[in-house]
Design a protein around this ligand. Structure first.
Ligand code: SF4
Length: 373
């Protein structure tokens, strides 16, 4: 089983924390969609005939595409990947794009498999949205969710960000409560991180924006975990919470190490032996694809890199890390565990899982277990 990811690198405006590849000009949108359609043909053998189980439109902002553009991409996928057993087709959307007209158009794509929306809410408070330079208001976010639900998109996820300096613990609790009251079955929630060279990085350094407070971030992560647990959401991945039957299949397949093909500028692909990433430049991407070349770099993964990727991702999941997994069998992981605080993990047979306390240190624990060549 495998997945297909399509990166749509356009946004109406740049959020100040964002370090994804995107353009705020949509001048190349039609050319880019045509190039993606052609890349689908050029890369049709990448997945080696595996059955396609999931399709995911991410970005950027895929909801900026016209419905006919989305349709042309899907039709090309179905043409060049005839072995499809589709379990999930997700499209990321920003609240300000979800007009009634857009929602009706998206509903018309159900016949091509679209069954899930991922809405970039981030917060139900305007002060946080302004701090992050989001392109929508809190009111637009809740209205878009309700209208999409009324139109029939009950399979939905939203993104929420915590640790924003403008957000009190009380407002964070209200954000989570609002998501629950809206009946959203899946929530992805991330700490605000200040990536180098983003607007926020610059503004914080020059005193134009409030800095992030680490203690607040830790506290709000704890609030998140306990409120989700009380409301019957499984924390099936560090930043992902779902009610029964609503785990994201596409992302779960990433974490379980299944193959995926990434299409579009800056998209990544993975075939278990190597990673490939397309050039992060719209114009060069289009030019190369028009010349029938996929402009990508490839990294072949050594056994230790494969093992480390498994350690890194599996420790973040509800399924944990199986010490007897093929990728780890030749290494003595139990010995490396000696250096890890025992209150951070549970060892159930051969499966290592992080405790609530350990979840705060997942990256550090993973790096303590990393294998060196
Ligand atoms: S909408 Fe998403 S991709 Fe676009 S700038 Fe904001 S965070 Fe980045």
């Amino acid at each position: 089983m495998a997945g297909i990811y399509i990166h749509i690198p356009f946004c109406k405006q740049a959020c100040h924390y964002c370090n994804f590849y995107l353009s705020v000009s949509t001048a190349l949108k039609s050319d880019l969609v045509r190039a993606i359609v052609k890349e689908i043909e050029l890369s049709k053998d990448y997945l080696d005939g595996e059955v396609i189980e999931t399709i995911y439109f991410g970005g950027g902002t895929p909801s900026l595409l016209d419905v006919d553009e989305i349709r042309s991409i899907l039709e090309a996928i179905y043409q060049f990947h005839p072995k499809i057993n589709l379990q999930e087709l997700t499209l990321e959307a920003n609240p300000d794009d979800l007009t009634n007209e857009k929602i009706s158009e998206l509903i018309s794509l159900r016949s091509l498999g679209l069954d899930r929306l991922s809405i970039g809410v981030q917060s139900f408070y305007d002060a946080d949205l302004i701090y992050m330079n989001r392109g929508h208001s809190a009111q637009e976010a809740s209205s878009a969710i309700k209208r999409a639900q009324d139109a029939g998109f009950d399979n939905m996820t939203i993104d929420l960000i915590y640790g924003t300096p403008t957000m009190s613990d009380e407002n964070w609790i209200n954000n989570i409560r609002t998501a629950h009251e809206l009946g959203i079955p899946h929530i992805s929630s991330y700490a605000l991180t200040i990536e180098p060279k983003t607007y926020l990085d610059k503004y914080i350094k020059t005193g134009r924006a409030l800095p992030v407070n680490e203690a607040q971030t830790v506290r709000q992560f704890d609030i998140l975990m306990s409120m989700m647990d009380e409301n019957n959401y499984d924390q099936y991945e560090m930043s992902n919470f779902a009610r029964e039957g609503h785990y994201a299949i596409h992302n779960t397949n990433y974490w379980l190490g299944k193959k995926y093909l990434g299409l579009g500028p800056s998209a990544h692909s993975y075939d278990r032996q190597s990673r490939r990433w397309n050039i992060a430049n719209n114009l060069n991407y289009i030019k190369n694809i028009n010349d029938s070349v996929i402009p990508a770099e490839i990294e072949h993964l050594s056994p230790s890199q494969q093992a480390n990727e498994y350690i890194m991702t599996s420790l973040r999941t509800i399924w944990g890390m199986n010490i007897s997994d093929l990728r780890l069998m030749m290494y003595d992981l139990k010995k490396s565990l000696d250096g890890v605080d025992p209150s951070f993990y549970l060892l159930e047979g051969n499966v290592l899982k992080l405790t609530q306390k350990g979840k705060h240190y997942a990256d550090r624990i993973a790096s303590d277990l990393f294998i060196e060549d």
